[in-house]
Ligand binder design. Structure first.
Ligand SMILES: [Mn+2]
Length: 326
């Protein structure tokens, strides 16, 4: 596509509020192109609202500063977009709109199918799909780059973060990870990007968890933080974000979710299950959200959060009843 469109510039993009997988996929591809296609100019771009752990790694990058927006006024270029299911969630969307050619690599079941080429395969991490779509000899070349982090380090970062440090790994993920270790990735160094909690963080988390409410025979647990509580207890979205996974991972809980009033009457909600007891993507699609079977999100404007919550819980009951019946 670069050749047929006579392009020499490519911008690599990911989703808003980038996590380890978005950052790892975007930066991995940027480094891969940088090493193997030196004739092309590469600009990875990431929103600076990136998660704390991955930011530690990206900040050590000697080749790229992805937090700076490239100036491409009047230039023709291509885009590669990673880990982004919908255009509404794309960070740097103006680059995609202005690009002459585009490739999308994603792992969300809810991907809209946008882009000139769309490689979406449902898997645990976009970075796994990136790994398997790259030429393995060229990836080896990119991994031979002396500097840290290189393409292999970034792809490994993405896999580590989206699988929750291999908790949700399968054979193809472990094979990819082993291959990356063979290419020189230092597991211990990258796993440090997940150990970022201070004692104060844990105490605050304990305080939030004390307010969890259990419903539906105790199998569902949730935490709601309205704007008053948010201000009173000084709770940021970053602090509420891991709570749904923590609840879901409890041995006696099947579905965990959080509702957080990020702006007056605008609720940001996060849903986690094992993907089998309940498909949370299926659960919240009718409300305008989406994601994966085991992890999905929803942003909703409503002045009546309790009504929204009871509608969601009603749908949980309905989907569970259907499941038990079939
Ligand atoms: Mn992802």
């Amino acid at each position: 596509m670069m050749k047929s469109n006579e392009l020499d510039t490519v911008v690599v993009l990911g989703h808003i509020n980038p996590d380890g997988d978005a950052a790892g996929s975007v930066m991995g591809i940027a480094h891969y192109i940088g090493v193997n296609y030196p004739e092309y100019q590469v600009f990875p771009y990431l929103a600076d609202t990136i998660d704390k752990g991955p930011k530690l790694q990206v900040r050590q990058d000697k080749k790229f500063d992805p937090f700076e927006k490239p100036d491409l006024q009047g230039k023709r270029f291509a885009t590669v977009i990673c880990d982004t299911a919908t255009l509404a969630r794309l960070s740097g969307r103006e680059f995609y709109e202005a690009s002459v050619a585009s490739i999308v690599i994603d792992h969300h079941a809810s991907n809209e199918g946008y882009g000139d080429r769309n490689y979406t395969k449902v898997s645990e991490a976009c970075a796994v799909n990136v790994f398997y779509s790259l030429n393995q000899d060229d990836l080896k070349k990119a991994a031979e780059a002396e500097e840290y982090p290189n393409a292999a380090d970034y792809i490994y970062l993405g896999i580590v973060h989206d699988t929750n440090a291999f908790q949700r790994a399968d054979e193809s993920i472990m094979k990819a990870a082993t291959k990356l270790l063979e290419l020189g990735v230092d597991h211990r160094r990258i796993i440090q990007t997940r150990q970022i909690d201070t004692l104060e963080d844990l105490e605050k988390r304990a305080d939030i968890l004390k307010n969890a409410i259990r419903v539906l025979d105790g199998k569902v647990a949730y935490v709601c933080i309205n704007k008053e509580e948010k201000v009173k207890k000084n709770i940021s979205y970053e602090e509420i974000h891991p709570i749904s996974s923590i609840l879901r991972d409890c041995a006696d809980i099947e579905l965990g979710f959080t509702m957080y009033e990020e702006e007056p009457d605008r609720w940001r909600c996060s849903f986690r299950s094992d993907g089998k007891w309940l498909d949370v993507n299926e659960l919240i699609t009718p409300f305008g959200g989406g994601g994966h079977a085991g992890a999905a999100g929803l942003r909703k404007r409503t002045g009546d959060m309790e009504e929204l919550r009871s509608q969601i819980l009603e749908r949980v009951k309905k989907l569970r009843a259907e499941k038990c019946f079939t």
